[in-house]
Design a protein around this ligand. Sequence first.
Ligand code: UDP
Ligand code: LCN
Length: 821
Amino acid sequence: MASKLSFKRTDSIAESMPDALRQSRYQMKRCFQRYVSKGKRLLKNQQLIEELEKSLDDKVEKEKLVEGFLGYIICSTQEAVVLPPYVAFAVRMNPGIWEYVKVHSDDLSVEGITPSEYLKFKETLYDENWAKDDNSLEIDFGALDLSTPHLTLPSSIGNGLQFVSKFMSSKLGDKPETSMKPLLDYLLSLNYRGEKLMVNDTIDTVNKLQTALLLAEVFVSGLPRYTPFPKFEQRFQEWGLEKGWGDTAERCKDTLNCLSEVLQAPDPINMEKFFSRVPSIFNIVVFSIHGYFGQEKVLGLPDTGGQVVYILDQVRALEEELLQRIKQQGLNVTPKILVLTRLIPDAKGTKCNVELEPVENTKHSNILRVPFKTEDGKDLRQWVSRFDIYPYLERYAQDSCAKILDILEGKPDLIIGNYTDGNLVASLMSSKLGVTQGTIAHALEKTKYEDSDVKWRDLDQKYHFSCQFTADMIAMNTSDFIITSTYQEIAGSKEKPGQYEHHYAFTMPGLCRYATGINVFDPKFNIAAPGADQSIYFPFTQKQKRLTDLHPQIEELLYSKQDTGEHIGYLADRNKPIIFSMARLDKVKNITGLVEWYGQNKKLRDLVNLVVVAGLLDASQSKDREEIEEINKMHNLIDKYQLKGQIRWIKAQTDRVRNGELYRCIADTKGAFVQPALYEAFGLTVIEAMNCGLTTFATNQGGPAEIIVDGVSGFHINPMNGRETSNKIADFFQKCKEDPSYWNKVSTAGLQRIYECYTWKIYATKVLNMGSTYGFWKTLNKEERVAKQRYLQMFYNLQFRNLAKTVPRVYERPPQAPAGA
Ligand code: UDP
Ligand code: LCN
């Protein structure tokens, strides 16, 4: 409605709101009286709109106001703090753009306030003394970003790499002889185990470099295209040039020319191209700490889901891309990739107790497992929930750093953290070793749990969010670049803030106020969406590739009549299509929600069967708090809605290859995949299903909203509205009954969407380009970076360390006797 209005970014709300209030003074006074009538409180967007509408009786007036500028402001307000006589608004006009104002409810005067002032208002609702204390801990990471350029357009958020290339082009273009010096220094620092690459020390000025490039380019232009580099290596050295320019005369010529162009008049395209060719990355370490991290029998265990799948596929893609680049650089170097994770002695039949394990389908990549230590220095034996692992991380960082240096015989060139724990350890290590660091969140817990920042105390015993959010802030601010899967992960949508955006300004009363946590306009943000392994997840229509050997097992899994330890329930009518879901049995995955929607919708039950793969079937076998609650809920729902005969609940399935065939078998029934999560950061199952040609319905809360184009390549569902969702699914199957070609149409459009946007090849190219470009970018503005690092180190030391000490270490069991002993 009101959001149709156009609004210039230059119009500040503090400036334009008073006039608008004046024009509807009578009505707005009534509205503000409603806001303050119940005393101190926090009002969310929906409540603000409802109260506004309730305060207006006249229909025409109501429409005018809601459609007008004031309506627009209120619709754009994410939340408001009511502290009579004031109402403080946090207004988000566009992704990433926030403004804070306070309005006096009696005289309707408006005043712009800073994020910090707004947060103090909010804190008053939860901890008044702390809010009023002038010396409460306030952290402002933005205060240290004095010369870091920021993007300004919401539509450009997530395109950090292009922005950095553009900015460097203009900055370095100023006076090439002096401004290009950092680039020359960077080139001079390139080496592989001490052996110089690209240029040697005889080239000590930009002029000399330009001359050498010119001479070499003329020389290689006279050679046959495919002349191998060793044939003219010696000539290159005479000009001060070393290997790394290319494997053939043609490739060298192209790289030399690209750098000459950059030095003459830098432009972003050549800049990006040059950094994609620089031989700066050979060894990479990826951190994924909490476990279970393995290649077999781990998926679906608590905490172990898409992150593991993502990293294994990521490593394969990165290795392939590295090998290709190294070959084209004309180097004879073997890259190494290590995935650092926890060694868990009580490995429960997985390989999580094995120290070094090669990554399947790679030549040079390994999983390295390092144990957590108990206080008395022994290896901690059991799995520990990701929420409880903070006391172990510092020691872990030290132990794993020593191992890495040993195995790689030196420092890595790039480290990539995953999730809070991996990102924190990566931050400690990058600060220590001075290595370029990327971070990946997979999920930021603060966004998953509403008001988990202001209500942190209520949740801390269970989740230790005080540690988690502090660690997230440290990692986001330490890392050189941030890899995200979707735009929405960073900056949400027009209506909803993104996961990272939620960390712009927030407060944890009694603990710490973040006047600036992280700014989504920072050019460190980049989007590189993952893919799904297309050798496993291929379309159900590719008959010759189908794994028919597995069909008897899948037949048993879906249709056998007896309950076993593996599944519960059965499907009485085999002729119906199947709606299918597969996820860890966490609350937020909302598998129980799907079962309930199904149970309540007779039409849907008549049209389709339901199959879910999730968690364990027996609560007594689980150690995970949330999983236990969800298991019990599943049993209750099956009884309550008498679902046996229409539902099959299968326990977590850890065999990816068979799962691929399972998706295809569901597609054979002309069924659908349903991803009902209350919130999903990205949603690998969504792209797996779509890769198999299975029509997909997925939550509109999070990444899937961006993966699927609603009504074209699949469907969005609203997990907050079960009735609407189950009707939408039922309507689809009704339509398919009437017109079977409709199902095929959606399935084909889903596949097309995947091939255009979600592949690992695109991902690996982007990430390696980030590694080398940000590796140079961080050498600019060194002093400012050092200052920020000092601030971060102090914060880690004084805040995080103390918080981590408050988390109880798990009860450390002695080794268990082997079964039967
Ligand atoms: N998965 C699985 N078996 C299960 C549950 C999940 O193999 O019982 C796999 C699933 O195929 C996907 C990953 O685990 O590859 C889950 O990733 P997603 O992004 O959907 O969710 P996450 O668990 O990471 O939150
Ligand atoms: C974690 C999640 O919760 C999912 O949404 C992602 O798909 C997965 O990690 C991989 O990034």
